[in-house]
Ligand binder design. Structure first.
Ligand code: PLP
Length: 361
């Protein structure tokens, strides 16, 4: 069978060795004769998986001591409202940077619990750039933003500075580069890109910001409850946590986030170079705002777009169709995509262009 290269935005590619280990864990976890799918979440085997997952997050991202690591459910989308009800008092204000569909969804959910003031937005040009100036009111309970815009292919290269606590949705670029966790009160990320399979959401939280909203929260929506119970308030998503742990072990073996960042830069440069030099394709995002994870681009006409989508599929490039809200193409080149895969896509684009020129001249 030919190798298929998976450029999907999420759920997405994970290393082959993680798939093999996960398969082994499904059949016979640690030679126990039991499957990861059937053991108790309070068993010694699972507790040690959870502890290792948390400690790998702390080690790989150099998380300061006071922060807590949670593995929750409900996807990153649940964090849109959970962060609001935990940190926004009745009648309070929060400020949001709107750089895409996911930011806008976070704003919509938070608006149900308080006043949301826009800090900045790039909606006027269909989220094709990153705003440079942010208006952050001093009385805002927090600032929320999305570090990498999965759908539009833009990414903040550095943390946004703010006097108020910062909450960041890092769903699509966490573990792709070093971050200074101390700059954030809370970071959250759906697992299904650089962390593991769909089904768990990582939360890195400074407990100091909890307990200030004055709301009587349902236990499942209260970060403090999850912190006090070490992500074990209810049955945690055991299998996604297990695979995430295996994937973090893999990342550590690759040399950690600094080493993977170098590879990610190389891969992104290779692909953007082809897009910029191939006359059939274009990307109009400013170079310094382009995402290293989700490379979004367009064909120069709808006919070429249609033809290349077909050609790419025939050439084993899977998942490059752009998000339905934007169209065009999107090649997600997460940590587990190696440079050979990106080279394959580049070669496919170049071959498509040669064939196109032959038939049109
Ligand atoms: C940046 C970002 N935030 C939030 C989400 C929503 O995540 P979920 O589907 O886990 O709720 C996504 C999904 O792709 C995303 O890319």
């Amino acid at each position: 069978m030919n190798k298929v290269y998976n450029f999907s935005a999420g759920p997405s590619i994970l290393p082959q060795e993680v798939f093999r280990e996960a398969a082994e864990g499904v059949l016979n976890l640690n030679q126990s004769g039991l499957s990861i799918l059937e053991i108790s979440h309070r068993s010694k085997d699972f507790m040690s998986i959870l502890e290792e997952a948390k400690s790998l997050v702390k080690e790989l991202l150099q998380v300061p001591e006071q922060y807590e690591i949670l593995f929750l459910t409900g996807g990153a989308s649940a964090q849109f409202y959970m962060s609001a009800i935990n940190f926004l008092p009745e009648g309070g204000t929060a400020t949001y940077i709107d750089t895409g569909v996911w930011s806008a969804k976070a704003i919509k959910e938070a608006s149900k619990f308080g006043k949301i003031v826009p800090a900045s937005s790039s909606k006027d040009r269909n989220y094709s750039y990153l705003p440079k100036e942010h208006h952050i009111p001093n009385d805002a309970s927090y600032l929320h933003y999305t570090s990498n815009n999965t759908i539009y292919g833009t990414q903040f290269s550095t943390a946004i500075r703010s006097e108020v606590p910062v909450i960041c949705d890092m769903s699509s670029d966490i573990f792709s580069r070093p971050i200074d966790v101390a700059k954030y009160a809370m970071i959250y990320a759906g697992a299904q890109k650089n962390l593991g399979p769909a089904g768990t959401t990582l939360v890195i939280i400074d407990p100091k910001i909890c307990g200030k909203s004055g709301r009587n929260l349902p236990s499942m929506l209260d970060y403090q409850v999850h912190i006090e119970n070490g992500s074990m308030f209810n049955t945690p998503p055991t299998f996604p946590i297990y695979v995430s742990m295996l994937n973090l072990r893999w990342l550590k073996k690759q040399g950690g986030v600094r080493a993977i960042q170098q590879k990610n830069i190389e891969k992104a440069n290779l692909l953007y170079q082809e897009i910029d030099s191939n006359p059939l394709f274009k990307n109009e995002i400013a170079r310094e705002e382009r995402s290293m994870m989700n490379v979004v681009f367009d064909a120069i006409s709808p006919e070429i777009e249609h033809a290349f989508l077909k050609f790419a599929e025939e050439n084993y490039c899977s998942g490059i169709k752009g998000h339905r809200s934007r169209g065009g193409f999107r090649a997600s080149i997460y940590n587990a995509m190696d440079i050979e895969g990106v080279q394959h896509l580049v070669d496919t684009m170049a071959l498509f262009s040669i064939n196109f020129n032959k038939t049109n001249h």
